[in-house]
Design a protein around this ligand. Structure first.
Ligand code: IMP
Ligand code: MG
Length: 330
């Protein structure tokens, strides 16, 4: 029987540090599951001071938890096997990883199409959109048809479940800045595609950053942002380079209008704001609110404005805000 489900997901454009939160929380759960996306994702996790990068395998692997890659995910077999080999070498138990039989398989043709026809959208060139397109056309290949049976899941979820989102609200196929989106449901309700009732969801933990970033193309992030020396400092100090593509990310001040919208749209109950320390290093504090830039003299002042705007304005289920640095308390 499923006791409860908690969902971690991104409230912005990806790269908010979901992997870090998921890794910190995994020990409290029986299962850690991915419900969307594939090798376009890049989760950076530190375990005992060592850095690991995963793309397809849920962060629960680092806590020795059962990991499920759901039917809404897409898989590049070679990349996944490479990831499993890396984890085996590092002495994590990859037998805990199972793949839903209905997950779809990315082919070389998908990758070639992505590179040839979709680069103007700034995709990660991993064949994501063509793979989901073939799934919708009902001509795709599923995991059960091609993977060794030992990887295929045939059980049932039970106990406490943590769902780990990939990409984020503004990359969602239905709600994101279309066509500058990915091809899956990044919204937390997508987690139900793993096979449980929406009523099982307890916490909706949304992750944001103290500033916004975008990998790839989006008119909301014009390239002129790279000309701003302070935003460039944030790129350098925050290590804002794609973990899948290595591309330099576009950085802008936290858009509070978008964050409020994302919180309401997704039903966020708890918000975690990562990378506040980077703003402190830069020593400049700004947010975009009501379409205008607003300056603060300290992080404390910015935090209190953000908190008041998000919580005191009401109209959402949000009841808690955690600033990064406090994350261990979760
Ligand atoms: P695709 O998912 O490779 O088709 O890329 C579509 C858009 O989503 C591009 O703008 C990518 O940069 C962005 N994207 C996809 N996955 C991630 C991610 O994990 N983090 C941040 N951006 C992503
Ligand atoms: Mg990432």
């Amino acid at each position: 029987m499923i006791e409860h489900v908690d969902v971690i997901y991104g409230l912005a454009w990806g790269d908010e540090g979901k992997g870090k939160i998921s890794n910190a929380m995994a020990k409290h759960y029986d299962w850690v599951c991915r419900w969307n996306g594939g090798p376009n994702a890049g989760h950076t996790v530190y375990v005992k001071g060592k850095k690991y990068k995963t793309h397809s395998i849920p962060s629960g692997i680092f806590a020795g938890k059962q990991c499920l890659i759901g039917p809404g995910c897409v898989i590049n077999i070679n990349k996944m096997l490479e990831e499993l080999r890396m984890l085996t070498m590092a002495e994590f138990d990859v037998n805990l990883v199972k793949i839903h039989p209905n997950a779809h398989i990315i082919t070389e043709e998908h990758i070639a199409y992505d590179k040839q026809h979709l680069s103007h959208l700034g995709t990660t060139s991993q064949g994501i959109a063509p793979c989901y397109a073939d799934k919708m056309l009902r001509k795709g290949k599923r995991a059960v048809e091609v993977l060794e049976p030992k990887w295929i899941w045939d059980g049932q979820l039970s106990g406490k479940i943590l769902c780990e989102g990939a990409q984020s609200v503004w990359l969602d196929i239905d709600h994101g800045d279309y066509p500058y989106v990915t091809s899956s449901t990044t919204m937390p309700y997508g987690a139900c595609s793993l096979g449980f009732s929406p009523r099982k969801i307890r916490r909706l933990i949304g992750v944001a950053k103290a500033y916004d970033t975008k990998s790839g193309v989006d008119p909301l992030f014009p390239e002129s942002l790279w000309k701003n020396p302070i935003l460039n400092d944030i790129i350098q100090l925050g290590g804002e380079y794609g973990s899948t593509t290595g591309r330099k990310r576009l950085v802008n001040w936290l858009n509070l209008d978008k964050l409020v919208h994302a919180i309401k749209l997704s039903g966020c109950t708890e918000l975690i704001v990562n990378k506040c320390d980077i703003l402190e290093k830069v020593g400049v504090y700004k947010v975009i609110t009501n379409g205008e830039l607003k300056d603060f003299s300290s992080l404390k002042e910015m935090k209190s404005f953000v908190y008041n705007t998000l919580i005191m304005s009401g109209g959402s289920d949000l009841h808690e805000v955690t600033w990064s640095g406090d994350v261990e308390k979760i």
